[in-house]
Design a protein around this ligand. Structure first.
Ligand SMILES: C[S@@+](CC[C@H](N)C(=O)[O-])C[C@H]1O[C@@H](n2cnc3c(N)ncnc32)[C@H](O)[C@@H]1O
Length: 357
């Protein structure tokens, strides 16, 4: 069998890259099949039968035949393990994983724990881009670090990750990084206008701050970005990444607790845009972030929500408006969307909030 009929996302060719990033971010892109262009449209294979997410660009869900890639035929993880694993164990195996630089982060089902090393070694054989395989673990502590264990390949947790035309140096055991927000970062970059003052609170190794700066620089425009981060290791990587992406004149790093920084009168009413990518706490930070917001500025806040239906977005949007009223500021949520899975049952969501006064 060289072809298979699958559900597909059909988009105008100009949205091909955007759609690819969006599907990857939401773990909806089926790998191992050739994506193709036909009559002005681009077709991407989908992993699931239905998409209940809001897709923020022109598209149609259709059904079409996709060519199976040669590499996929010879090297799929399941194919490589088919002689070693029983059909029951094979069906438990997750074939998708996050890739940060050349490090694959895999989730091993509890029933296959004793076979972790075999799975990890086969994964390295199945994808030439993978040089290290680590076991997925929870983000923990004030710096949101994973505590990752290497299962196979080179014994390291450092990586060089490329995203949206930028390069990021990082160590998965010293800093937070997730590749799942790449579409979201790209979306925000397109919103920033010439000469804006942008504050990225919870900056990590700099993906939001650096991608915005590099995007504006590529348009021959300007912006001033302040990146706030309290993990010293993340700040060191942030400084290295600013240099590596040649945006020194746009981005300034403040290695400090955001709670203290946002109370510094020097920055009151400084920002045209505030980005707060701290999933579990960004709503708690809205009151203090309002100090730095100009009239008509925008806050991009993130949250974790059970499920992925419209009611979750509406409920959190209402909470945001109430937080504004409590702090004597008039807030309006101008857009909200789900932006990737957080766990099996929860999803990440983003809220674009207009600070009316
Ligand atoms: C979820 S990560 C986001 C990192 C980055 N923006 C990204 O998208 O990769 C949150 C970051 O906020 C930092 N952080 C958490 N609380 C903070 C605080 N009160 N002040 C400054 N940084 C903080 C953590 O150290 C961590 O690097």
């Amino acid at each position: 069998m060289t072809k298979k009929k699958l559900n597909a996302l059909k988009v105008p060719i100009k949205f091909a890259q955007t759609a690819k990033l969006f599907l990857k971010e939401n773990n909806l892109l089926q790998t191992g099949f050739e994506q193709f262009a036909k009559n002005g449209f681009f077709y991407l294979p989908l992993v699931s039968n239905s998409i209940s997410l809001n897709i923020p660009f022109e598209h149609k869900i259709t059904s079409t035949s996709f060519q199976i890639t040669d590499k996929q035929k010879a090297q799929s993880l399941k194919n490589l393990l088919s002689k070693k694993f029983s059909p029951q164990n094979l069906s438990l195996l997750h074939s998708s994983y996050d890739l940060i630089g050349d490090i694959a982060i895999v989730s091993i089902p509890p029933k296959l724990k004793s076979k972790s090393k075999t799975i990890a070694n086969s994964l390295i054989k199945s994808n030439s881009r993978v040089k290290v395989v680590v076991q997925k673990s929870k983000f923990e502590g004030q710096f949101r670090i994973r505590g990752i264990k290497v299962l196979a390949g080179e014994n390291r947790t450092t990586a060089i990750h490329k995203e949206n035309g930028c390069v990021f140096y990082l160590d998965l055991n010293k800093v937070y990084f997730s590749s799942r927000l790449s579409f979201e970062r790209n979306r925000i970059c397109q919103l920033v206008k010439n000469d804006e003052n942008v504050m990225v609170i919870f900056a990590g190794v700099g993906p939001f701050a650096i991608e915005i700066a590099k995007h504006l620089k590529s348009l021959k425009q300007r912006c001033q970005v302040l990146a706030i981060e309290w993990n010293p290791d993340a700040c060191n990587y942030l400084l290295k990444n600013i240099k590596a992406n040649k945006v020194e004149e746009f981005v300034q790093v403040h290695s400090v607790d955001a709670n203290i920084f946002l109370k510094d009168k020097k920055y009151f009413k400084w920002a045209d845009r505030v980005i707060m990518p701290l999933l579990h706490q960004s709503l708690d930070f809205i009151p203090v972030a309002l100090n730095v917001c100009k009239k008509n500025s925008i806050i991009h806040a993130y949250a974790v929500i059970d499920g992925h239906d419209e009611s979750g977005l509406v409920k959190t949007s209402n909470e945001i408006v109430k937080i504004g009223l409590k702090n004597k500021r008039n807030l309006k949520v101008i857009s909200s969307r789900y932006c990737g899975a957080y766990s099996a049952k929860t999803n990440q969501a983003s809220f674009d909030i207009l600070v009316l006064d």
